[in-house]
Design a binder for this molecule. Structure first.
Ligand code: DGY
Length: 315
């Protein structure tokens, strides 16, 4: 059997894989070139990968022996899951273990934008804070008591809601499937957009959700409202968002972008009124370890023909 790993992994993991299969591991921090991955995948039984590596129908057509793809991510938008199913390839991912870290970071962005944390930090570092406390210095908005609208009420959305209750927030949510959760008001998406002080995205990126927050949806948001995105950049029409932030009407806290890394030419980088993070929602030591361990468990289960601990689409 052969396992392809598309990113550098610790020696101990290499050892574990090598005990069961021939290992072919991409050792560079640069992404594996598509042509190399296709070549390696030709006789692979399993692929261990991350969200930066696209696994499309072309690759799957070449990988005739492939049984399992295990991704170190909860999101699977980098994998053509329909083509995988057509080829009888099982997909494993890492739900659950990153819920708390991602929810924590969502709150960090809400507070960071509302209380202008990055601007305050920059003010001091630049030496421009020269006259001490001032009554109107960096006035922001409170998270306490705010109305927050969650689009998507899966585990991460619910974990965000739990945290927001501690801030005395009114929590609204819109979800594809009606999911009643105590203390959360389920509302129509347009009502949520036009009512909330803060709109936060917690839905998977699929062909149906791609671009779901476009010019029309942004225009529905209240003046001064904030968009938080720790899910996927392509959920939002980034150009329309830039226009709204540029005009000073909306603010944003973003951890994810339509194109990652965020291109140097992106106007977002120049705009006050937004806090930008480099896709670090799950980036704590504990969570990343848990994600990697779950992905390895998925990989081994797939290789051995057992049920995956976290198979995509399993109930
Ligand atoms: C995921 O797992 O999908 C996150 O975006 C990165 O941890």
């Amino acid at each position: 059997m052969k396992v392809v790993v598309t990113f550098p992994i610790p020696d101990v993991a290499k050892q574990m894989i090598s005990e069961q299969a021939v290992l072919q591991c991409w050792e560079s921090e640069e992404s594996i070139p598509t042509s190399t991955l296709i070549d390696w995948a030709t006789d692979a039984d399993a692929i261990l990968t991350t969200l930066t590596c696209s696994i499309d129908s072309e690759l799957l057509a070449h990988a005739q022996q492939l049984k399992v793809i295990s991704t170190v991510s909860v999101g699977v938008d980098h994998i053509d899951v329909d083509a995988a199913a057509e080829h009888g390839v099982i997909v494993g991912h890492t739900p659950g273990v990153l819920t708390d870290s991602t929810a924590d970071l969502t709150l960090a962005l809400m507070l960071g934008v509302g209380r202008r944390v990055a601007e305050g930090d920059a003010l001091i570092r630049s030496g421009a804070w020269s006259d001490g406390w001032k009554p109107n210095l960096l006035l922001g908005t409170d998270l306490s008591g705010a109305t927050v609208g969650l689009i998507g009420l899966g585990p991460i959305g619910q974990a965000v809601a739990t945290r927001l209750k501690g801030f005395g927030c009114r929590v609204l949510a819109s979800n594809r499937t009606l999911r009643s959760v105590e203390g959360i008001e389920l509302v129509d998406r347009d009502i949520l957009l036009s009512t909330a002080d803060i709109v936060s995205l917690h839905t998977a990126l699929t062909p149906e959700t791609s671009g779901m927050i476009g010019r029309r949806e942004l225009a529905l948001m209240q003046d001064g409202a904030m968009l938080i995105n720790t899910a996927r950049g392509a959920l939002v029409d980034e150009a329309a968002l830039v226009a709204e932030i540029k005009s000073g009407r909306l603010r944003a806290g973003l951890d994810v972008y339509a194109e990652e890394p965020l291109p140097l030419a992106s106007e977002l980088r120049e705009l006050p009124g937004c806090v930008l993070l480099p896709h670090v929602g799950s980036a704590t030591e504990r969570t990343r370890r848990a994600m990697f361990e779950l992905a390895l468990a998925n990989l081994f289960a797939g290789l051995q023909g057992r049920d995956l601990p976290a198979r995509l689409g399993a109930a």
